[in-house]
Design a protein around this ligand. Structure first.
Ligand SMILES: Cc1cc2nc3c(=O)[nH]c(=O)nc-3n(C[C@H](O)[C@H](O)[C@H](O)COP(=O)(O)OP(=O)(O)OC[C@H]3O[C@@H](n4cnc5c(N)ncnc54)[C@H](O)[C@@H]3O)c2cc1C
Ligand code: SF4
Ligand code: SF4
Length: 417
């Protein structure tokens, strides 16, 4: 009998074994939901993917639609939550720095200039991370989301460009823990990142990097089809679209041509129910919990908008800084009146005839808000709309679900009943 065995007589060894069994993380005993099963957040589910894994064990705490906890998670991720007295914090979240940037050599086929894909590739190439959670498309459908853990730059590049539909990015989380990855980059939108931050400590990682994009007005795959058919002249050839800072939707088609449709000409009455209920109830437009956010809405037309939230975000940006042209953020105009006027117009589903919409688009592009003021215009318009939606459809959720910063933003406007 060896010394170890002497030190641990049989009964104690059995107890240790039982203790070890008991110390198995509780989520490992949980079971992912079947694809067809209703999710705990019911119709508000944004299909973030958490419930496709055993991390469903934490859903009551982690789901953005069951437990809004942005301020608490901001404090954990960034060392503090937003200062509501500071206008930039109030609107854009905790940050060290904001800037406008674009790649000197854009990646062809990326959503904008490909800053997101470039950062992810650099992190893999330099061995800073071993894998990147991102979303490619399925073979059958150019817009069908297929979350993957990319291990090579080629796999990251295969995920470039937005899949403008709800995407279960977190469905690969179980694979991460099983594959023993220790250093990971996750690319995702706000609702995915809130759930991720809540279960972060359970993933067995040494270091997690989070690269976020802003996100608003997302749709199910069926909703996307309806949007394309209602808005584009050639829905079957659209490969890419974006609501841009010039107040137009820009569609890119397979033959390389671009089609633009003014926001004010959108068939609001037909599109009212196209956005997913989750996205009509979402107040995390700016991805508050990512380390670094890459979008466009706070930047001049043609530029991307970067928000560095913490030191981890800065480390990620530094990796690609040499490859970017940058300029300070700017802000011009006054959004308040335009937002106030658009609230009842949207509410009543007003659609302008195309000639009037085009004219309005030209005028507002000349005199309308620009840079950070455009971003505030977009945040105000969406938060007021979403506040009304939650108030009318889920009044019992309103108080806890709407974060304090969103209440302060909505409070600046007069809303219809
Ligand atoms: C659904 C959606 C809505 C957005 N809305 C806005 C907005 O209103 N305002 C704004 O400023 N910016 C918005 N963005 C961000 C913006 O459109 C660009 O994605 C961002 O500027 C990065 O561009 P890029 O060229 O650097 O990205 P690329 O290098 O082309 O990389 C895009 C990355 O996005 C990831 N991705 C694609 N689809 C999804 C998805 N459905 N869910 C999660 N991750 C995804 C991919 O994994 C890929 O890594 C949105 C992004 C998405 C995905
Ligand atoms: S949003 Fe995510 S966490 Fe919430 S119910 Fe849906 S899949 Fe589950
Ligand atoms: S709008 Fe909000 S809820 Fe909808 S997919 Fe984007 S981050 Fe998630």
């Amino acid at each position: 009998m060896n010394n170890l065995a002497l030190a641990n007589p049989p009964t104690q060894r059995t107890n240790n074994h039982i203790r070890k069994m008991n110390s198995i993380a509780p989520h490992k005993k949980a079971k992912a939901l079947k694809k067809s099963s209703r999710r705990p957040a019911k119709e508000l589910c944004s299909e973030c993917g958490l419930c496709d894994t055993y991390y469903i064990h934490y859903v009551k705490e982690a789901c953005a639609f069951l437990n809004q906890q942005i301020a608490e998670l901001e404090a954990e991720a960034h060392g503090r939550s937003r200062n509501l007295e500071n206008q930039d914090d109030l609107y854009f979240g905790v940050h060290q720095e904001m800037m406008a940037a674009k790649k000197k050599q854009p990646i062809a086929g990326a959503q904008w200039t490909g800053i997101v894909s470039t950062i992810a590739c650099e992190m893999l190439e330099k061995g800073i991370v071993e894998g990147v959670v991102c979303v490619q498309n399925t073979k059958e459908d150019r817009f069908g989301p297929m979350p993957v853990i990319a291990r090579t730059p080629e796999e990251v590049l295969a995920a470039k460009v937005n899949k403008p539909t709800l995407s279960p990015n977190l469905s690969v989380l179980e694979e991460i823990e099983k594959s023993g990855l220790k250093k990971l980059l996750v690319i995702g939108v706000g609702c995915q990142i809130q759930a991720l931050r809540t279960v972060e400590k359970e993933l067995g990682l040494e270091k997690l990097y989070v690269l976020g994009t802003p996100c608003v007005d997302n749709v199910t795959r069926e909703g996307l089809q309806k949007f394309l058919e209602t808005t584009s002249k050639s829905p079957e050839t659209v490969v890419h679209y974006e609501f841009m800072q010039d107040y137009r939707v820009h569609f890119k088609h397979t033959d390389g041509s671009t089609e633009t449709v003014p926001f004010f000409g959108l068939k609001t009455n037909q599109l009212k129910d196209v956005f997913a209920p989750s996205c009509m109830s979402c107040f995390d437009y700016v991805n508050s919990l990512a380390d670094l956010v890459v979008g466009y809405m706070g930047a001049p037309f043609g530029w991307q908008w970067l928000v560095v939230r913490n030191e981890t975000g800065r480390e990620m940006l530094e990796l690609v800084k040499e490859e970017l042209d940058t300029q300070p953020v700017m802000s011009k105009g006054d959004r308040k009146q335009a937002v106030q006027q658009s609230i009842p117009a949207y509410d009543q589903g007003v659609t302008l005839p195309m000639w009037a919409a085009k004219m309005m688009g030209v005028v507002i592009e000349k005199i309308g808000p620009k840079g950070l003021e455009y971003a505030r215009f977009s945040i105000d318009s969406h938060f007021t709309r979403n506040y009304l939606y939650v108030k009318r459809n889920y009044p019992e959720k309103l108080e806890a679900h709407v974060p304090a910063y969103a209440k302060a933003i909505v409070g600046q406007y007069k809303l219809p009943e």
